[in-house]
Unconditional design. Structure first.
Length: 408
């Protein structure tokens, strides 16, 4: 694997030497890219000696027969920036490209991991918090700093994660990049709109952001993705999109896409009820609404699913969150239920962040603290992949056992 190791100008730059050594020791090709500020803390001779390639001189240097930042960005399988200073994060979030590292980051389509390192006051500053949120929304992975001794003898949060943690996290991320290759994933997203008349609808507050993040993450991990959505959000790259509006539309689209899918993730907030007889013309005055239930799409999927198909449901709750989700898991007969408390700050509808609990039919519980919806998406897909691998292993074992019995 070709790794670009970016080093920005903080005292933790000395730890990047060990990060480099560990990547090379694991058998990877490493090119270290140092900012001008980084060179005040560590010498390029050190990285040229430890890495598999010499340190590029700068933005204007030719590299591998072409433009340095273009070649580095295009060839990289993984980019890790350690340390990532507050200044670097601000320039990266703003899309600056005034040095070799920042320009390389704008070119690359490889996974990017940043490892912040700074004093506690800087780490907690609203500008840094906002910059990290912006980067997370774009799919950048963050290895958060630890608490400990900082430069100048201070103590607190902001110390760069240890090299072993950084390398393990980055390599695990890279390994899962293609773990859904060959699978078909169907994802639903957004809230449905049930007509009262040609003007008014019954709907809910779902923006579709979490479902779109799951579709994007699944595509990035190699899956063929069908996204059935009512949201006006832009479609993730490389994803087949089916636009719907009502629960009936959603039901029909899912029914068409799900039978051949390996995974179905019902992240949409489908209306539980709809007007029984929508008016053909705009209603004037106070209408009397008679409601009827909409189709239970998730339960129908569970009844009709084929062996090995993984089904994921969602639950948005405001009280007794886990208990209600557990009852839904049992009632619907699915593999996983992802539940969140939509009354919690920063979680739920229309936020760029979320915090969820993932309950498994096998009794597993995974808690994902407040983070970007893209990182929540990857946590959900990690659970999905674990079940796909387990089902494949069980099928393989059953086949081998049957063959051994025949041979006997």
């Amino acid at each position: 694997m070709r790794i670009v190791l970016g080093v920005s100008g903080g005292i933790a730059a000395y730890k990047a030497v060990e990060v480099c050594r560990r990547f090379v020791g694991a058998g990877h090709e490493v090119t270290a890219v140092l900012t001008d500020a980084a060179r005040r803390f560590v010498g390029e001779a050190t990285f040229s000696a430890l890495a598999t390639n010499p340190v590029p001189e700068g933005l204007w240097q030719r590299w591998d027969g072409g433009i340095a930042h273009t070649r580095l960005g295009q060839r990289a399988d993984l980019v890790v920036v350690a340390p990532a200073t507050a200044d670097f994060l601000a320039r990266y979030a703003a899309g600056m490209a005034d040095d070799l590292l920042s320009a390389t980051l704008l070119v690359t389509r490889a996974p990017v991991v940043v490892c912040p390192a700074m004093h506690t006051e800087m780490w907690e500053h609203p500008a840094v918090v906002e910059n990290l949120l912006a980067l997370r929304r774009r799919g950048v992975h963050v290895v958060p700093p630890e608490s400990g001794t900082l430069a100048g003898g201070d103590e607190g949060a902001g110390r760069m994660a240890e090299p072993a943690t950084i390398v393990a996290t980055a390599l695990a991320l890279s390994a899962r990049r293609c773990d859904l290759t060959g699978t078909h994933v169907v994802v639903s997203a957004g809230g449905t709109r049930e007509p009262i008349d040609p003007v008014r609808v019954i709907t809910n507050r779902s923006s579709g952001k979490q479902g779109h993040a799951i579709a994007e993450a699944a595509a990035a991990r190699g899956a063929r993705v069908t996204l059935v959505t009512s949201s006006a959000l832009s479609a993730p790259a490389g994803v087949e999109v089916v636009h719907v509006e009502s629960a009936a539309d959603m039901h029909a689209a899912i029914a068409a896409a799900a039978p051949g899918a390996d995974v179905v993730v019902m992240a949409a907030a489908v209306a539980d009820f709809r007007p029984k007889a929508p008016a053909a013309q705009k209603v004037h005055g106070l209408p009397e609404l008679v409601l009827e239930p909409t189709p239970d799409i998730l339960a129908g999927l569970a009844e009709a699913r084929r062996p090995g198909q993984v089904l994921v449901g969602f639950a948005a709750e405001t009280q007794d969150v886990v208990a209600r989700a557990r009852r839904k898991l049992e009632r619907k007969g699915v593999d996983l239920v992802v539940v969140n408390d939509v009354s919690a700050p920063g979680a739920g509808f229309d936020h760029d962040t979320n915090e969820v609990t993932i309950l498994g039919a096998d009794g597993s519980v995974a808690v994902v603290p407040l983070t970007s919806k893209r990182q929540v998406a990857d946590a959900i897909l990690d659970e999905v992949v674990a079940r796909l691998e387990r089902d494949a292993r069980d099928t393989r074992d059953a086949r081998d056992s049957k063959r051994d019995t025949k041979e006997d």
